[in-house]
Write a protein that binds this ligand. Structure first.
Ligand SMILES: NC(=O)c1ccc[n+]([C@@H]2O[C@H](COP(=O)([O-])OP(=O)(O)OC[C@H]3O[C@@H](n4cnc5c(N)ncnc54)[C@H](O)[C@@H]3O)[C@@H](O)[C@H]2O)c1
Ligand SMILES: O=C(O)CC[C@@H](O)C(=O)O
Length: 526
């Protein structure tokens, strides 16, 4: 039974699938203090949040069984994604479900800003009738500068165009082709800032976007520009915004999000030209249902080990690619484990080479699997999610390359590992009807099914060595299923690879090691 902890309010309809799943126990505990969360997380398999719950590194470390954190929404800035990655916890979001709602909210804020609707409402219900004070401006023919033309930015652009606004956009990933398709003018950040009558930010909050709009940017704006933030508090420097409003450089600001939420006694609240909402962008019945459905379905898939998408800390693999690479998964994982088990010394570099049919595919997911195979022999708690990050942290260089040398195999994958002591390699292929095979070990040709108990013996090619190995194994009642031998030259360096029917202990290993001309005996388990 999987335990799923939900710590923020989520739509009941949205989480129906979880509530009805027979293999899931849903625990709903909202408004937890950080201390209570540290206790609640201890034995759950999944955590579902919106933007209120702060999922810190401490929370993740306490979640000993935690496999997945689901964010019902887009922004994952309330989750320590790096800590999750390091602990091998998948972070999922629901990126599509609230796009329309947030774009509509931004548009509502823009119209409110242009026509002073919140201020006029407040004044009118207080018994005033100040028609002259609340003269607004039209959106028609004004320029809207959008910073961050992703899902919400693009949706906002469409709405603005319907209101006959000129749309200028800055996004580092915006191509001319997409700009043209959306009917927006591609600009640099400073061009966009300088041209906008309205400027709306729609980026994630990252190191690069924190205070993206600060004093310098405000000085570049048109006099009387109006600014909106319905993305994340902190993209606009609130102190700089306050100064720009007080100086009259900026005519108005609409904020749905704040550097600290909920904001207390915010100086901006004292300014008449500032309109605010309490992080309501995604707060519609439709958006909340959408994101809760999306994230519940995805979390269930992770728990049930089915294919999932939308992982923030794992590249998503399209279904057609998943289908193509599936047959290679066992081979590459076994190749990684094999090389790791025959290698000695601290890892420095792992080179993976793809040749033949497989070289025509997107191989990054396979390399990730190999990394997991290699690293999990040396380190505990390595999985598909954290393997690249762990390699990076330990300074292990990863090289992925493609080659035209398939040596007669339809496909050939080779893993070469360099350690501080030596280098080791294994090559493998998929044989029609036989599945995964290891075809070369440290340069010696073999034909090995990579499963079960194995003995890897490095020795000098001498008459009688094979016999002595067989006799010793017989003495210890260990049955040999298959045996492979390979040598460089007659009497030269050689290897023996034996499939044995049961695990052996170190006594037999040491006895084998004492045999004349045997240099090294390694016990493998695949
Ligand atoms: N107010 C709310 O309730 C609410 C609701 C949903 C989303 N959001 C927030 O809105 C933001 C956008 O969401 P989205 O779904 O459109 O995300 P998205 O990932 O589709 O779009 C973000 C865009 O920002 C661009 N970007 C990144 N760094 C940039 C930079 N330095 N300068 C300019 N552009 C940059 C990216 O290239 C991307 O195109 C996120 O911060 C999200 O958390 C807020
Ligand atoms: O949970 C919410 O309502 C906010 C969601 C929003 O900020 C998001 O990033 O998706």
């Amino acid at each position: 039974m999987y335990k799923v902890l939900i710590t923020d309010p989520l739509s009941d309809l949205g989480i129906e699938k979880l509530l009805h799943a027979t293999d899931v126990q849903v625990i709903r505990q909202t408004n937890l203090t950080p201390e209570q969360l540290l206790i609640a997380i201890e034995d759950v398999d999944a955590l579902l949040v919106r933007s209120q719950t702060k999922v810190t590194a401490d929370v993740i470390a306490k979640g000993k069984k935690l496999k997945v954190i689901g964010r019902a929404g887009v922004g994952v800035d309330n989750i320590d994604v790096l800590a999750a990655t390091q602990h091998g916890v998948i972070v999922l979001n629901a990126p599509d479900g609230n796009t329309i709602s947030t774009a509509e909210h931004t548009f509502a804020m823009m119209i409110s800003l242009a026509r002073n609707i919140p201020q006029a409402y407040r004044s009118t219900v207080q018994g005033e009738w100040k028609r002259k004070e609340f003269v607004g401006i039209e959106l028609n023919k004004k320029t809207l500068s959008i910073i961050g033309l992703g899902r919400i930015g693009a949706e906002l652009a469409k709405k603005a165009k319907a209101f006959r606004m000129q749309v200028v956009a800055f996004d580092p990933y915006l191509t001319e082709e997409r700009a043209e398709k959306l009917g927006v003018q591609k600009a640099t950040l400073h061009e966009a800032i300088a041209q906008g009558d309205f400027i709306s930010v729609h980026t994630p909050l990252t190191k690069q976007t924190r205070h993206l709009i600060s004093d310098h940017e405000f000085t570049m704006m048109k006099d009387g520009a109006r600014i909106l933030n319905c993305a994340r508090g902190g993209i606009i420097d609130e102190d700089a915004l306050y100064r720009a409003l007080v100086e009259g450089k900026v005519a108005g600001a609409a904020l749905d999000v704040f550097e600290i939420e909920p904001p207390v006694e915010h100086p901006l609240f004292g300014l008449e030209q500032v309109i605010v909402t309490p992080h309501l962008g995604a707060s519609t019945v439709e958006a909340q249902e959408n994101v809760a459905i999306d994230v519940s379905e995805e979390v269930l898939k992770v728990l049930r080990e089915e294919a999932f998408k939308n992982a923030v800390n794992l590249p998503s693999i399209p279904a057609d690619l998943q289908q193509k690479i599936a047959p290679y998964q066992t081979l590459v994982e076994k190749l990684g484990e094999f090389v790791a088990q025959i290698s000695k010394g601290a890892l420095k570099k792992i080179t993976v080479t793809y040749a033949g049919d497989v070289a025509n595919m997107e191989v990054a997911p396979l390399t990730r699997t190999i990394l997991k195979g290699v690293l999990s022999h040396h380190l505990s708690d390595v999985n598909y999610i954290n393997a690249p990050e762990i390699a990076k942290q330990r300074g292990i260089q990863i090289v992925e390359q493609k080659s035209s040398h398939n040596h007669g195999f339809t496909q050939l994958i080779s893993v070469h590992v360099e350690t501080e002591q030596d280098s080791y390699s294994a090559e493998g292929t998929l044989l029609n009807g036989f599945g995964a095979r290891i075809t070369k070990v440290n340069g010696y040709s073999v034909d090995l099914s990579p499963t079960g108990h194995l003995l890897f013996i490095e020795h000098q090619d001498q008459p009688g060595v094979i016999g002595k190995v067989g006799t010793l194994l017989g003495t210890y009642k260990v049955n040999i299923a298959t045996m492979q031998v390979g040598r460089e030259t007659i009497g030269g360096q050689a290897i023996m690879l034996l499939h044995i029917d049961k695990a052996i202990d170190e006594t037999l290993q040491m006895d084998l090691q004492k045999v004349d001309s045997i240099q090294k005996v390694t016990i493998l388990e695949l």
